[in-house]
Design a binder for this molecule. Structure first.
Ligand SMILES: [Zn+2]
Length: 136
């Protein structure tokens, strides 16, 4: 985060996005690279970087459908291929460029947050948070 070391910097606009949706970094794909089961820690690879740049449709489809269901109804589960447990999309652990949530903030034209700002912001929200960086 900019601070007194850059007196010319003024905060840019902050967009508050309310509603269940998935969120990606600035130039992120619309799919997660992988999802980790919170129960058994098995990782489902969706985009097999660096060999592939497109999602494995077979792997991604159950997640995409569960996310769409969750957006509509507030509930959506994907069964883990390893342990078989049906896990809510909000509990899968995604790669760092992908997140699902009901609240997001876009800080336009802001420099990277300081660790202290991010920690305070997360604590105030009281929820699991993910920070995405993006440049256009
Ligand atoms: Zn599992």
């Amino acid at each position: 985060m900019a601070d007194a070391s850059d007196p010319s910097w003024l905060p840019g606009p902050v967009a508050v996005l309310v509603g269940r949706d998935y969120h990606v970094g600035g130039q992120g794909a619309d799919e997660a690279e992988y999802a980790v089961c919170p129960r058994c820690r098995a990782r489902t690879v969706i985009i097999d970087y660096p060999e592939e740049s497109e999602p494995d449709e077979e792997a991604w489809q159950p997640f995409r459908e569960a996310i769409a269901t969750w957006k509509k109804s507030g509930e959506g589960n994907t069964p883990c291929a390893a342990c078989g447990v049906s896990v809510p999309v909000t509990e899968w652990q995604w790669d760092t460029n992908f997140a699902v949530g009901a609240l997001a903030f876009d800080f336009w034209g802001w420099p990277p947050f300081s660790v202290g700002f991010y920690a305070t912001f997360s604590r105030q929200l009281g929820h699991r948070t993910v920070e995405h960086m993006g440049k256009f």
